[in-house]
Write a protein that binds this ligand. Sequence first.
Ligand code: FES
Ligand code: FES
Length: 132
Amino acid sequence: MYSEKVMDHFRNPRNVGEIKDADGIGEVGNPQCGDIMKMYLKIEDNVIVDVKFKTFGCGSAIASSSMATEMIKGKTIEEAMKVTNKAVTEALDGLPPVKMHCSVLAEQAIKAALLDYSKKNNVKIEGLEDFD
Ligand code: FES
Ligand code: FES
């Protein structure tokens, strides 16, 4: 039912924790199941130099957030904006259909953290205007 990559990221999630002096923090909840994900970003010169997450959710949510943090670490804000739940799911070699919504949480948490960063620093991020 679950790919090896999902099982790997579920058992050994990367970048778990929090960043005390984070530049952007995003917290999102999944209305379908009540799960919560928190994402912390450290941003220097438009680059995500560090990222950590905490997830109170199912295995797919943990695997999705773990994979998502790996996909945005060291990347520019513009590159991180392109990490969709579809991209995360593909990188995990797929999720069962009933678990697709869990990967949406990862994308939303990244965008919420970027929005927090953009508000605190008064920088405009292309594509984030509609997200609040
Ligand atoms: Fe909440 Fe998946 S339904 S953990
Ligand atoms: Fe709730 Fe996966 S995030 S079921």
